[in-house]
Every structure is written in structure tokens, then in C-alpha cells.
Design a binder for this molecule. Structure first.
Ligand code: AMP
Ligand code: MG
Length: 497
């Protein structure tokens, strides 16, 4: 357990004040449910940073009541557990009804750092479980726990993770695994699919109610605009364009960008078969179940755009088609603006010049040609010596085609010279945007195996600490910056969780 700073928060479990504004929406929006008891729960991981967001005293995690509460066995006064209903396009096909099939919203806690919805993921069946058992396995809970916090530390908007509570209850997936409950937090878990549900049912009043609810709670600055709902669409387009540009820049592949997994706040949500790209490949597919590559790395911006069309379509009762199309038409440019700013920073370029886009494309082509490790390449690029080509050997070693590297390297050198870039000044700037440590699949897998096979949760803690400072050199942790070892080359991640 991360025991840093017991002073972070002061509130005991019983003093957390819960409220559930989602539960005051009309009954068509959710079903009230009770979590299914989980036998003999125990604490697997606890995140003091997330506890701080709701003002919870981190010492509270040591109490047995903590595990009982955050697996759903014990309810605190003020809990109003419910499962939200939504719809969504899954792999491009509309599914008229989905919903929280295993996530249960307990309510919101208001702390000094805003209001946070607190959700238990894996707390049992709900009316929206379809064929599912309502459970989450320890493996996928660890993956979500680690990645959401790693993304936060990288500056990418995301849901947060408070804790994992485990149990020896068996859960059947491809093999028998054990159950766990992840406590997830976000200002809102409303998705594009939430709008699609009511629109497809022709419940246009509910579409408006949902839009008003989202605006009141999360976009209050839009309330007084002439067309708040249209402005809401615009804002979601802006945030999503920025989010996906950030994903591309850190090499994050979501894996299941269905519209029910797209947040109305532009957060990364629903971590499943995600992956940080290692060998750079535009066509990289992280989800083993994604045969057609719909959600491949290079497709993510276009899919985000497609998903926003679904949102606009669902909101059409609220505004005219023309301005909505106009707003959607701005997506590519918004994405490009963010993308080029982020990638220019990764290249260490201070000012914008005419052929930067071409340089960037050719840099990525160079990486693609060698399937060079994306994170390593950009981190090593920070050490680029513009006075002496030979010193750039660690970078050159990542590229198979020596001639192509030499030509690229000369071009990069000239581009740096064109803005009189000073190596010693550029490096710290680049190190602040090119992470040294990302959550490579094999790192998560090592933590999962230790937890599942030996009940050793120390590796989860170590990774959390490491990934909370992804840009810093950390003594003794060099091995965690290395590409996957041979044993991990066949790791496959599927939707099963
Ligand atoms: P995903 O694309 O992974 O976010 O999941 C799609 C839908 O399946 C969501 O509505 C989930 O709530 C539901 N779901 C996934 N796994 C389970 C499970 N084990 N039990 C019940 N519902 C599930
Ligand atoms: Mg989902």
C-alpha cells in the first residue's frame, strides 16, 4: 500500500458525504440495484492520490471496513447505488440497449477537488448485464488501475482509480480467474451512447434532459449561450479532438472505441484491451478481438470523428443540422492543431516552420519502417547531438536502414539549426514531453502474475510509483524503460475482462 502522506485527507469513511444527482434524473435513465456480495474481500491496491481527490484519509484503507465497502458488501449512508442505461455503436453496429452491466454508481462525493462520481466496477449483475456475470477479474482490474493513473500522470484526461478489492471467488473467462472490484472515479460517466439510447427510442425530451444535466453539471459556462446544446456538441468535439491527439502523442491505443466507451467529458474511459505502442506501426491493433483493425492506432482520430457524428445525430432534436455539420467539420483541423503542437514538442522544435508536418510524417515513416520502439525513440531523441552524428548511436540503433537514418538525421540537424536550437536547452524540454516510462503490456503482466499467483501486490505499488513520474529518470528503474523481453512477445490482449 502506498502510505505516503497520511495528512492528505482528513475524512473517515463514515464521514464521506455521498449524493447522487444522476439518481434524481427520470427513472428511464437507470435502474437502482444492490451490489452482489463478494466473499471474503481483501484490499489489493489503494491509491492515495485518488483518495485525496475526495478528501478521504488514506489510513482508512487499512480498516477491514474499507474492503467491505469498496466491494459493495457494506453500504454507507448516502449511497444510492444504480446502474445507468445507455446504447452504443459497437464496432460500427448500433446496439439499442447496453448499460452498466457490472459497474454500479454509488453516488458523488464532493471534496475540495470537485465532485467525483464513485463507481464499483465488477460489483455484480445489473439489468444490463446481458449474458455477463457482472464481475471483473483481477487481471483486468489491475490493468485499468495502473493505466488510468499512468495516463493521468502523462497529462491525458482520464477516469481515476481509487482501489482494487480482491476475492478468491472464481470467475470464468478463457480460464478460471479470480474476481476483483475496481473503484473508479470521474466527474461523470455519461457517454455518447447515453444520448444514443434516448434518441433511438425517440425520447427526445430525455435527450434534452440529459443535455441540460450535462451542461448544468459539467459545462455551466455554456448555460447562457444562445444555443447551449449546440455549444455542448462543439465542446465535446474540441475535447475529443484534443484527447485523441494526446493518445496519439503518447502512443496509446484504446482498443474498443465504441460510442458507449466515449466520454461526454473527453476522458479516457473503459480501459480494456488497450496498449501503449512499442514498435511503431500505424496499423497497430492492440485488441486481439479487433479482426478488421477498426480501432488500430492510425484509425483512432477518424474513429473519434465518426463517434462524434453519432453524438451529433443523437442530439439532432436539439439543434439544426447545418451548424452541427459545421461543428463536426472542424474536427480534423482541431485534431491537427493539437497533434502538430504535441508532436513538434516531442521533436524538440520550439517554433513552427513550413515543412514541420513533412518532417514529422517522415520521422514516423522512419519509425514505422523499423517498427522502432516509439517511446524509446523519442526519449533518446532528447539526447540528439547536433554537432556530431556518431554520438547519436543509441538512436541510430533503433533504425534498421542506416542510410535512411543518416538522411533523416541530417535533415533533423538542419531543422534544429534553422531555429538555432541548443542541445543542452532542448533536452530538458523534450524530457518533459517524451516519457521515459510507459505502461508496457509486459510490465502490467508481471504485476498481474505476481498478484494472481503469489498474492504479491508489491509490483502494482512499484509500477504506480514509477508511472506517477513518467518523465523523470528514476534510480534503479532502467529495466522498466526497456522494450518487452522475449517471453512477452506473444502476449495478446482481448476484450475478455
Ligand atoms: P466494454 O466494451 O468492455 O466497455 O463492455 C461493453 C458492455 O458489456 C458494457 O455495457 C459492459 O457493462 C458489459 N459487460 C462487459 N463485461 C461484463 C460482465 N462480465 N458482466 C456484465 N456485463 C459486462
Ligand atoms: Mg464500456
Amino acid at each position: 500500500m502506498n502510505t505516503a502522506s497520511a495528512e492528505l485527507g482528513a475524512v473517515r469513511l463514515e464521514s464521506l458525504t455521498f449524493d447522487n444527482r444522476y439518481g434524481r434524473l427520470p427513472p428511464d435513465f437507470y435502474t437502482r440495484v444492490s451490489p452482489t456480495p463478494l466473499p471474503d474481500p481483501y484490499l489489493v491496491a489503494f491509491n492515495t492520490d485518488a483518495a485525496d481527490l475526495i478528501g478521504l484519509d488514506p489510513r482508512e484503507a487499512r480498516r477491514t471496513e474499507f474492503a467491505e465497502i469498496f466491494c459493495g458488501n457494506r453500504l454507507l449512508p448516502g449511497f444510492d447505488p444504480l446502474a445507468a442505461v445507455y446504447a452504443g455503436h459497437q464496432f460500427g453496429i448500433f446496439v439499442p440497449q447496453l448499460g452498466d452491466g457490472r459497474a454500479i454508481l454509488l453516488g458523488e462525493v464532493a471534496g475540495a477537488k470537485g465532485r467525483w462520481e464513485v463507481q464499483l466496477k465488477g460489483a455484480g449483475q445489473t439489468p444490463y448485464s446481458r449474458m455477463g456475470d457482472g464481475r471483473a477479474v483481477l487481471r483486468s482490474s489491475i490493468r485499468e488501475y495502473l493505466c488510468s493513473e499512468a495516463m493521468h500522470a502523462l497529462g491525458v484526461p482520464t477516469t481515476r482509480a481509487l482501489a482494487i478489492v480482491g476475492s478468491d471467488q472464481p470467475v470464468i473467462r478463457e480460464t478460471v480467474e479470480s474476481a476483483a472490484v475496481l473503484t473508479r472515479m470521474a466527474p461523470s460517466h455519461v457517454r455518447i451512447g447515453s444520448f444514443e439510447l434516448f434518441s433511438s427510442r425517440r425520447q427526445h425530451g430525455h435527450v434534452r434532459t440529459l443535455a441540460d444535466f450535462v451542461i448544468d453539471q459539467h459545462y455551466p459556462q455554456l448555460r447562457d449561450s444562445r444555443e447551449p446544446c449546440l455549444e455542448l456538441l462543439r465542446e465535446v468535439i474540441r475535447r475529443t479532438a484534443r484527447l485523441v491527439a494526446q493518445w496519439q502523442a503518447v502512443g496509446f491505443c484504446h482498443g474498443v472505441m465504441n460510442t458507449d466507451n466515449m466520454s461526454i467529458l473527453g476522458l479516457t474511459i473503459d480501459y480494456g484491451p488497450y496498449g501503449f505502442m512499442e514498435g511503431f506501426d500505424w496499423g497497430h491493433i492492440c485488441n486481439h478481438s479487433d479482426d478488421g483493425g477498426r480501432y488500430a492506432y492510425g484509425m483512432q482520430p477518424r474513429i473519434a470523428h465518426w463517434n462524434l457524428f453519432c453524438l451529433a445525430q443523437a442530439m439532432l432534436p436539439l439543434f439544426e443540422m447545418e451548424p452541427a455539420l459545421e461543428a463536426l467539420g472542424e474536427f480534423d483541423e482541431l485534431f491537427e492543431q493539437h497533434n502538430s503542437a504535441l508532436m513538434r514538442a516531442k521533436l524538440g522544435l520550439a517554433a513552427e516552420q513550413a515543412d514541420d508536418a513533412a518532417l514529422l510524417q517522415d520521422t514516423l515513416k522512419l519509425l514505422h519502417g523499423s517498427r522502432a520502439d516509439y517511446t524509446l525513440f523519442f526519449r533518446r531523441l532528447g539526447n540528439f547531438d547536433s554537432t556530431c552524428g556518431a554520438v547519436n548511436a543509441p538512436l541510430r540503433d533503433l533504425i534498421i536502414d542506416g542510410d535512411a537514418f543518416a538522411a533523416w538525421s541530417e535533415r533533423y540537424r538542419l531543422r534544429l539549426a534553422a531555429e538555432a536550437s541548443v542541445d543542452a536547452e532542448r533536452k530538458p524540454r523534450m524530457d518533459r514531453v517524451n516519457p521515459k516510462y510507459v505502461l508496457r503490456n509486459y510490465l502490467a503482466e508481471t504485476a498481474i502474475r505476481k498478484a494472481a499467483d503469489e498474492r504479491d501486490y508489491g509490483e502494482i505499488e512499484r509500477l504506480m510509483r514509477l508511472l506517477s513520474r513518467p518523465f523523470d529518470e528514476q534510480a534503479g528503474m532502467q529495466a522498466y524503460a526497456e522494450p518487452a523481453p522475449d517471453w512477452a512477445s506473444g502476449l495478446a490482449v482481448s476484450c475478455s475482462s
